[in-house]
Write a protein that binds this ligand. Structure first.
Ligand code: ZN
Ligand code: ZN
Ligand code: FE
Length: 757
């Protein structure tokens, strides 16, 4: 027959271990095509033979109806010789296959599995580990590649005949679902009290729910680690959890069974709803409703509540009949990584949890819940972890294998291979041994499962970061130090797939500059390999160094001293009178004698200082808290803003004195802090828009890249985006990796490659 043709499709991307071959198999059947499908070293190869119309339709469906977890990055079609083929087969994987394919992240339970979970007639009715090719754990249970059951923590659970039949049947939705399991053969849950005594009950999940509703704190083993759960409406219980966890003020995340329940507590746009329901199921920050019955202790002083929907079958069962949210916060002591191992959890959490709901499926790599927000039309990561790791950032150009070690706080690492940059899950603040162990473990683990042997190591310029020391220890690798704020800008350029030169607004709390000062209010021009400082906030002493980060009152005094000298005590500000006069004098002495007073151009510190001067906060419980509260109280920014000026010269120095003096005057005249905060935000908007216009005049550059922790401030992000676009700039922001230091490792990797050339 002359109208029969044959064609090969070579497909790259996330196409293994995600139900791609059975999808192709079923599609070929639907269109009556013969041929085969096989995994290859870089993806999947399909050979089909049949009528041109059917093959075209088949090709269209492959890219439009592909399984939810798959991601096609590249598809090549090649004409093949007709071979009178009959039938369609799935070619078994050969040993030693594909180390270059992409591993799927962990994904929330799918609708099909959820239906079976609550179907009394199904053999997996109420089975807390139900999953299929479209859902379930992946990244957190993998120990090595290829992604096959013996290389996962499911290796301890041989499949029963029923499960095995599903696993082997290409028409079954559990065909080659590596974590496939059931009541008979799979993992199960057990409930323990805090003395590690097993609590004998018929249904451990039911009992857990009952305990929670009575106000107990329960440690619950989830997908990427343990949660600590408590009834979110029970203030006593929430406060008890805070006390025991030594987490006095940082907001707790919430989990609720349905969107309807969440709507009672928080407002939700269509975009936010889609984020909540996405297969990654992140924590989404939503604006809290005024009269909501959530305990104030859940998120003190915060306009937002972080909500997520249940993402494992265990969570679905637990929340099934609870008409209110549970606090579900990471199972750790403040500052430490989340616990993943049962014994580790008993050891570390026994002083916090009253009971433990554990299971016997091991977690190989911890992964916290991701935290996102929807701002200015896009998803913004505050923490990128579960659900998104290890999906790479696709780069414009290919890189050699590089390890980038990230910054000191909110650390992530990044490994590159070809045009893919694999940013790790959130590791945390590298301040203690436990977190540093997690950092090293993540490097080892990612190198193994991604099969990357780095040739180059990139790190921050700061020699004292544990991540920088780690890089220095890898003495067989060429090491490149990347300036912190340059790395921020390159990170944002890389995820937007643009090359320089660009204007970069790099605004954050802390990063070591090339002159030894602490930078953070930087207007740069930058390429991947180089940057020039065009402007920065004028330097101000940071009395006590790091102590000034935890104690914004120090910054408040430092700014006032710079503006008024010893006359600062005459300012009619409540703040000045709340400062203990002895410590105040000691502090000014430090400034005068230049003792332990590093200089900073940090915008984060300016926000802290303003928050202190307005009496919003003098001591913080976590990094960025004062600046965040300044954002929270802000009224709607309008036309009013404060005067500013910058000195000529290279780089320009932005004087803060006119801004601080105007704020003090406003405050003395009784203008309320919300109005002052709004004016201050508007000042930042106009000041930096004008600066970008000035830099454009000098350089001709009209693309602006915005990065750094300050852009977690939604007002700053929205206002600057808007006014820069109005001035004709093309503006690039983060929506794939965090704008905070969690995105630094990506920028380090890309910059290091350019710098080494
Ligand atoms: Zn499923
Ligand atoms: Zn089974
Ligand atoms: Fe930073």
């Amino acid at each position: 027959m002359s109208d029969i043709i044959a064609r090969r499709f070579a497909i790259n991307g996330i196409v293994q271990g995600v139900g791609f071959r059975p999808f192709v198999f079923q599609l070929a059947h639907r269109y009556g095509l013969a041929g085969d499908v096989a995994n290859t070293s870089s993806g999947v190869s399909i050979l089909v033979e049949g009528s041109p119309g059917a093959i075209d339709a088949f090709g269209r469906d492959i890219t439009t109806k592909n399984p939810p977890l798959s991601r096609i990055t590249d598809i090549v079609e090649i004409a093949e010789m007709v071979g009178n083929r009959t039938g369609f087969t799935i070619v078994a994987s050969r040993a030693g296959r594909s180390r270059a394919t992409l591993i799927s992240p962990d994904v929330s339970i799918c609708e099909d599995c959820r239906r079976e979970l609550f179907d009394p007639g199904d053999r997996r009715f109420r089975y807390p580990f139900i999953n299929c090719t479209n859902c379930g754990p992946r990244y957190t249970i993998i120990d090595d590649i290829p992604y096959d059951r013996p290389n996962t923590s499911m290796k301890h659970f041989p499949m029963c005949p029923d499960c095995f039949r599903e696993y082997e049947d290409p028409m079954d939705r559990r065909f080659h679902a590596q974590p496939n399991a059931c009541h008979v053969c799979g993992p199960h849950v057990t409930l323990f009290d805090h003395r590690q005594q097993r609590i004998e009950v018929v249904d451990a999940i039911e009992e857990t729910r009952r305990l929670l509703m009575e106000g107990y704190i329960v440690a619950i083993k989830g997908l990427g680690g343990f949660h600590l759960a408590v009834d979110a409406e029970n203030t006593d219980a929430v406060q008890r959890l805070r006390r025991r966890k030594h987490r006095e003020e940082k907001p707790f995340a919430l989990m609720a069974e349905s969107l309807d329940i969440i709507r009672r507590y928080a407002g939700m746009s269509a975009a936010e709803r889609r984020l909540l329901q996405s297969i990654q199921r992140p924590i989404v920050l939503l604006s809290r409703k005024n009269s909501c019955p959530i305990s104030e202790a859940v998120a003190p002083g915060n306009r937002y509540l972080g909500f997520m929907l249940p993402y494992t079958p265990l969570h679905c069962l637990l929340l099934a009949e609870i008409e209110k949210p549970l606090v579900m916060t990471s199972g750790n002591m403040s500052e430490e990584p989340i616990a993943i191992d049962n014994n580790e959890a008993f050891e570390r959490l026994s002083g916090i949890a009253d009971c433990f709901l554990v299971h016997n499926r091991d977690i190989y790599l911890r992964s916290d819940d991701s935290i996102v927000r929807h701002v200015a039309g896009d998803i913004r990561f505050i923490r990128r972890s579960r659900g998104f790791i290890p999906v790479p950032v696709f780069l414009e150009n290919s890189l050699p294998p590089i390890l980038a070690c990230g910054a000191g706080l909110k650390n992530t690492i990044c490994l590159t291979r070809g045009d893919k940059a694999f940013v790790s899950q959130h590791i945390g603040d590298l301040k203690n041994v436990v977190t540093y162990d997690f950092f090293r473990q993540t490097d080892r683990h990612m190198r193994r499962i991604l099969d990357i042997e780095p040739e180059l190591v990139a790190c921050d310029m700061h020699p004292d970061y544990l991540s920088s020391r780690y890089a220095a220890e890898l003495s067989d690798l060429k090491r490149i130090e990347v300036q912190h704020h340059h790395a921020h800008i390159v990170s944002c350029m890389a995820e937007n797939r643009i090359e320089g030169p660009v204007i970069g607004l790099s605004f954050d709390g802390t990063g070591l500059g090339t002159d030894g000062a602490i930078w953070g209010g930087e207007v740069l021009t930058a390429t991947f390999g180089e940057f020039t400082r065009q402007a920065h906030m004028a330097y101000v002493p940071m009395p006590g160094g790091n102590a000034a980060i935890a104690e914004p009152w120090r910054m408040g005094l430092s700014y006032l001293y710079a503006c008024y000298g010893d006359d600062l005590w005459n300012c009619a500000l409540p703040f000045v009178h709340t400062v203990d006069s002895k410590s105040g004098r000691v502090l000014l002495d430090m400034i005068r004698k230049n003792v332990n007073c590093p200089l900073t151009s940090s915008l984060g510190r300016l926000f802290d200082g303003v928050a202190a001067i307005l009496g919003i906060r003098s001591h913080t419980a976590f990094e960025g808290q004062a600046a965040m509260e300044l954002e929270m109280i802000a009224g709607r920014p309008g036309r009013e803003y404060y005067p500013w000026e910058w000195s000529r010269g290279e780089p320009r120095r932005i004087r803060f004195e006119p801004i601080i003096q105007a704020i003090v005057r406003d405050r003395e005249e009784g203008v309320s802090p919300p109005v002052i905060s709004a004016r201050f935000h508007a000042t930042m908007q106009h000041l930096f828009t004008d600066l970008c216009v000035a830099v454009r005049r000098d350089t001709g550059l009209d693309r602006v890249v915005m990065s750094g922790g300050v852009f977690q401030n939604a007002i700053m992000l929205r206002l600057l985006l808007k006014s820069l676009e109005e001035k004709g700039f093309t503006v690039y922001t983060h929506s794939l990796v965090p704008t905070n230091d969690g995105g630094i490792s990506l920028g380090q990797a890309v910059a290091a490659q350019a710098m080494v050339r």
